[in-house]
Design a protein around this ligand. Structure first.
Ligand code: NAP
Length: 522
């Protein structure tokens, strides 16, 4: 028996939308014996970390918020980072989460201890044990910096979009912005008026549609406050429109041609120079990479202090940045809008499962989970926004809430089993689920649209996006199908005892599991 540590029923890791949502849901299930471990010194996840100028959500706020915590006072249709961050702080207060949250507790390692049926979690402030781990660390939390020759010798300022240095004064500076993803296209128009010269390194042009952002009037807010169903109706409408769009992304990408015409018209309105228009026009199907929303991006690129280099950054020589096509520029600062470690999650190196291997090793050929939540070989461990739960066109909060339903039922199932028991996803069930997901993926714009994106892993497999509607995912995660799990118990000392599956679960044939998996997403 090892050293005794503080023990909790559930350890939630991360306090963004996923972690706070899990905490609310646990309390609603009557579970109060849990902690939320957060490496930073405040809650908010990606909405705490990303504070770059212009940071805002490109999903309308009435949809990009918890259904159980409606906010009638969203100030804009697409709220800014500060308002979303405040909303999450408010959720932490309103739902009594503060006593559970342990700030500045970075998880360094977590190990499944089979003999004890619990997770041993080593944090930067000591070790605790938990029956269940809910990992809500998010796919957009660890910044990705490209490996650029000579970058270490750059004498100026360097930072990543998600680690903005607010003490650095950009006024009048020569700035290189690297990347043209969702973050960069919000940063560019925000800093263009103040910098001296902006050189934008564009490896692949994005498709950009106008963003219909506006202030939500006081009358609308009053209505949502007085008659909450009007806020719910607004949310329902936003959700329904997006659900109707899904089949174009997943089954009929050719239909997206019309949207391409609209995006080209949006560009032509602001970019009069045909040479610049040619540089900015994508050559892949719209939707293959995330469709970006901005009404300010193209106008900013047309300004005289902006230079678009249609090539990636490959080298830094002193204070000169060099593109793959040989273009050079001398700059004072380099801002990397180069995204995140999504398919090579750093946290996966810190999870050691039942077989003594890390999640990163288990996922070396690609991330695979059961219903976006659990993984074979990692009993009583689940993740929020796990593999293939991402969306191209709607609110991730809908997916998170589906996963919370699954988590709640998982906890109920554990309670029913009683005593010391854990659930372990059957490899056959994980396999069946992933075959189904990948089969559906073949027809999608993400696989057929002719682009490379962060949705794909190093093997070219899309392990991030959900190839269906949010409604389908909701149905597939409504409850835990016990046939997809083995029940694990503490090994008895008696030689005749076994730690194997419960008879009832053993009886569940692999073939049946696969069939049920298929049925669930039909
Ligand atoms: P991203 O979408 O991964 O974009 C990274 C960009 O960096 C791409 O344009 C990439 O080019 C470029 N890049 C990488 N290495 C480069 C190099 N050496 N030279 C030039 N360019 C290089 O990252 P992100 O913009 O931070 O967005 C990540 C995700 O965060 C988004 O897709 C979205 O889900 C989320 N996000 C959401 C919002 C919102 O409004 N809700 C806002 C910001 C971010 P390639 O395209 O050629 O790879």
């Amino acid at each position: 028996m090892g050293q005794q540590h503080e023990h909790v029923r559930v350890a939630v890791i991360g306090s963004g939308f996923g972690g706070l949502g899990a905490a609310v849901r646990l309390r609603r299930e009557g579970i109060t014996d849990f902690v939320v471990l957060e490496r930073a010194d405040s809650v908010g996840g990606t909405w705490r970390d990303n504070s770059y100028p212009g940071c805002a959500c490109d999903v309308p706020s009435h949809l990009y918020s918890f259904s159980f915590a409606p906010n009638p006072d969203w100030p804009r249709t697409f709220s800014g980072q500060e308002h979303i961050r405040s909303y999450l702080e408010h959720v932490a207060d309103t739902f009594g989460l503060r006593p559970h949250i342990r700030l500045s507790h970075e998880v360094l390692m977590m190990r499944w201890v089979g003999d004890e049926l619990h997770w041993e979690i080593e944090t930067s402030q000591g070790t605790i044990t938990a029956d269940v781990v809910v990992s809500a660390t998010g796919p957009l939390s660890d910044p990705k910096m490209p490996d650029i020759d000579g970058l270490a010798g750059f004498p100026g300022k360097v930072f990543h979009s998600s680690r903005w240095d607010h003490d650095y004064d950009l006024r009048g500076k020569r700035v290189a912005m690297i990347g043209t993803g969702a973050s960069a296209i919000q940063i560019v128009p925000s800093i263009q008026p103040e910098v001296g010269q902006l050189t934008l390194f564009q490896r692949t042009p994005p498709w950009v549609m106008p963003r219909m952002d506006r202030t939500i009037s006081e009358a609308e807010r009053w209505l949502h406050r007085q008659l909450p169903f009007t806020g719910a109706a607004r949310r329902g409408l936003l959700w329904g429109i997006r659900e109707l769009q899904v089949s174009a992304f997943t089954k009929r990408p050719k239909q997206l041609g019309l949207v391409e015409s609209l995006a080209k018209a949006n560009m032509a309105k602001a970019i009069k120079d045909p040479a610049l228009r040619a540089k900015l026009t994508p050559s892949y199907r719209i939707g293959c990479k995330r469709i970006l929303l901005s009404s300010e991006y193209y106008p900013a690129l047309a300004e005289p202090n902006v230079d678009v280099v249609a090539s990636g950054l490959v080298e830094v020589r002193g204070s000169t940045v060099v593109a793959a096509d040989g273009t050079q520029a001398e700059v004072d600062a380099i801002i990397f809008g180069t995204g995140f470690h999504v398919t090579d999650l750093p946290i996966a190196e810190r999870v050691v499962g039942a077989d003594g291997i890390t999640l990163a090793e288990a996922w070396k050929d690609g991330m695979e989970s059961l219903r976006g939540a659990t993984a074979a070989g990692f009993p009583n461990w689940m993740t929020i926004i796990g593999p293939n739960t991402g969306l191209g066109n709607s609110s991730m909060i809908l997916m998170i809430e589906s996963q919370l339903n699954y988590m709640a039922d998982y906890m109920r199932q554990l309670n029913v089993l009683g005593g010391r028991a854990a659930l372990a996803a059957r490899p056959s069930a994980v396999g069946a689920w992933n075959r189904l997901v990948q089969e559906r993926m073949k027809r999608t714009v993400w696989d057929t649209g002719g682009c490379t994106s962060w949705y794909m892993d190093a093997n070219g497999r899309n392990t991030t996006i959900w190839p269906g509607t949010t409604g389908e995912f909701r149905r597939a995660t409504r409850e835990v199908n016990l046939a997809e799990y083995e029940v694990v118990r503490v090994p008895a000392t008696d030689a005749s005892a076994q730690s194997a599956a419960e008879p009832a679960q053993v009886a569940a044939e692999t073939a049946k599991t696969a069939a049920e998996t298929t049925e669930a997403v039909r």
